[in-house]
Design a protein around this ligand. Structure first.
Ligand code: NAD
Length: 253
């Protein structure tokens, strides 16, 4: 059977690495990416499958196009694009700068939009089984304090999933999203390591614990697989039950 060819953006660490590893274990050939030089992720993944690294800054349109073109060249084709790279630049809303909002939207919204555009434009008309998976968040649905730019960007990702799904359906390209809750990664670790933050957060999650990158990848592999061939325009939340909970009334200390 032909191996699935997959590009995962923002995948040298954190959730993207977990997604890449899940595809590697499912037998895919991979391109991973970061705006920074790779620090060993390719070597670790290459023990599981053919893996290439492309350095590209996806907060620029040129970076998005470069990544897709270079991935095509390395693998010979692409079947699946996972747009995962994202950032959090918020401060208290009263201090939120235009630069922080631009940086958030450039990477979280324009990044996946222009990666998806290049991916779709390079796919041959007769390609079968292509799909795109975008990383949204529980913040696509519910707000957090001091997260105005991030919340708005992830709300946009939810509509990007739906809009791309509608626009690319005629070409047989499915578009779905994965929406992590709170996951222990280099992005969230500084906050989680502060004081008793971990215990407080663990207590508010119905399944009782913060997620791990390893918890997320399986959903992306499923959405990109033939088992999901009639699913498009959906966001699958992987959040330990966070969005299902109306309010945490645990008053015990
Ligand atoms: P992370 O910071 O640990 O990893 C981000 C990855 O993206 C790294 O490999 C980094 O090098 C890469 N990256 C950063 N800027 C880039 C750029 N300009 N161009 C290309 N690559 C770039 O973050 P994470 O926690 O793993 O988050 C990954 C995605 O998951 C983001 O979209 C984030 O919004 C989303 N998410 C995270 C959580 C969480 O709790 N960690 C929850 C919900 C959604």
């Amino acid at each position: 059977m032909t191996k699935q060819c997959v590009c995962v953006t923002g995948s040298t660490q954190g959730i993207g690495y977990g997604v890449a590893e899940a595809f590697a274990r499912a037998g895919a050939r991979l391109v991973i990416n970061s705006h920074l030089p790779d620090d060993g992720a390719v070597r670790r993944l290459a023990a599981l499958t053919e893996t290439h690294f492309v350095q590209a800054d996806l907060s620029t349109v040129e970076g998005a196009r470069t990544l897709i073109d270079a991935s095509w060249e390395r693998l010979g084709r692409l079947d699946t694009l996972v747009c995962n790279a994202g950032t959090f630049r918020d401060t208290d809303f009263t201090d939120l700068s235009e630069d922080a909002v631009d940086a958030t939207f450039d990477l979280n919204v324009k990044g996946p939009m222009f990666c998806a555009q290049r991916f779709a434009s390079r796919l041959p008309q007769d390609h079968r089984g292509a799909s795109i998976v975008l990383t949204g968040s529980t913040n696509s649905m519910a707000a957090e304090m001091s997260s105005v730019a991030y919340d708005a960007s992830k709300g946009a990702v939810l509509m990007l999933v739906r809009s791309l799904a509608v626009n690319l359906a005629a070409r047989g390209i499915r578009v779905n999203g994965i929406g992590p809750g709170i996951v222990d990664t280099p992005l969230t670790r500084p906050g989680l390591d502060r004081g008793n933050a971990r215990q407080v957060v663990n207590r508010q999650i119905p399944l009782g614990r913060i997620g791990l990158p390893d918890d997320i990848g399986g959903a992306a592999v499923f959405l990109a697989s033939d088992a999901a061939r009639y699913i498009t325009g959906q966001m699958l939340y992987i959040d330990g039950g966070i969005l299902a909970l109306q309010m945490n009334r645990d008053v015990s200390e």
